[in-house]
Design a protein around this ligand. Structure first.
Ligand SMILES: Nc1nc2c(ncn2[C@@H]2O[C@H](COP(=O)(O)OP(=O)(O)OP(=O)(O)O)[C@@H](O)[C@H]2O)c(=O)[nH]1
Ligand SMILES: [Mg+2]
Length: 277
């Protein structure tokens, strides 16, 4: 099944982002630290153009810290940009952002007194609104554990002379690389109504059995073998009581259990992508 999710509100959000960019000095692009490559929306680079970009590797508490540090080093070397790591266990502050923005934004003499405006953008459910609340130290934006919570832009004062704008999460019209699309789905970027949950969990089960069998052993006492994902789901269903007809796994319920465990970090920390060497 080809995965794609680009509803009308994202098209509208991209047009609104283009408009606000005219008065914007720098951009914070929030990436998912578990999938920094797949969570980088190519449309956003086009829309920000030459403006400085501060990439935030977010949800770093759910990713492998060494791989995240390698990604941060990689992104920091790119022109006109900086990269910070943020997560529930180590959080950046408004001072971090303002100090970096001051270094990156090249104002001419005439514009020196103009207020600094920074737009926060990124794919859905990556933690943009949570970051806005964290940086402003106020609960100004609604957040939620599902994609497309933020429906419109929200401008908030960060410090005297500095403003942040939260924006709705955006994907792009065609997800060309389907492996990468599955990684986006696994991390919770795509609405469950736009995909087959069982299909996504199947992809995850196969990945875990192949690359992280020890995680399945420690959480579910499951010994990965060549019996395939169907066997794994039947065993998980028995363990968690999500049995359907004929004693087989209720695939949707069992899929939700696996995805929730992965997304909440109960299966451990995962970095599904490595930076180019
Ligand atoms: N583990 C972990 N969860 C986070 C972190 N930041 C945000 N979240 C959670 O991720 C979910 C999505 O957060 P939001 O801030 O609503 O995400 P968003 O990018 O604004 O999403 P949209 O508005 O839908 O595009 C929420 O359940 C947050 O609690 C983080 O650093 N670590
Ligand atoms: Mg939001």
């Amino acid at each position: 099944m080809a995965i794609s999710w680009y509803p009308g509100h994202m098209h509208k959000a991209s047009k609104e982002l283009v408009k606000i960019m005219l008065k914007t000095d720098a951009v914070i692009e929030v990436l998912d630290a578990r999938i920094p490559e797949s969570s980088c929306n190519p449309l956003l680079a086009t829309i920000r153009g030459e403006r400085p970009c501060i990439r935030i590797l977010n949800k770093a508490d759910l990713a492998d810290s060494e791989t995240t540090a390698a990604w941060a080093a990689y992104f920091s070397k790119l022109d006109n940009s900086a990269c910070l790591v943020n997560g529930r266990d180590a959080q950046i502050s408004r001072a971090d952002i303002v100090n970096i923005a001051k270094k990156l934004i090249k104002k001419t003499d005439e514009t020196l007194l103009i207020q600094g405006q920074i737009v926060i953008d990124g794919i859905p459910n990556v933690g943009k609104s949570t970051l806005l609340n964290q940086l402003t130290e106020r609960k100004v934006a609604r957040t939620g554990n599902e994609p497309a919570v933020t429906k419109g832009q929200q401008r908030v004062k960060l410090l005297e002379g500095w403003y942040l704008i939260d924006t709705p999460g955006m994907l792009w019209p065609k997800l060309e690389d389907q492996e990468s699309a599955y990684r986006l789905a696994v991390t919770g970027t795509i609405r469950n109504t736009a995909i087959e949950v069982a299909d996504i969990a199947w992809f995850l089960a196969e990945l875990l059995m192949l690359e992280y069998p020890e995680r399945l052993a420690s959480r579910y006492d499951y010994v990965a073998s060549d019996r395939g994902a169907e066997h794994f789901f039947d065993e998980l269903a028995k363990l968690r009581g999500s049995i359907g007809r004929g004693g087989k796994a209720d695939l949707n319920k069992t899929a939700e259990i696996l995805l929730n465990d992965f997304r909440s970090g109960k299966l451990g920390k995962f970095s599904l992508e490595k930076p180019p060497t």
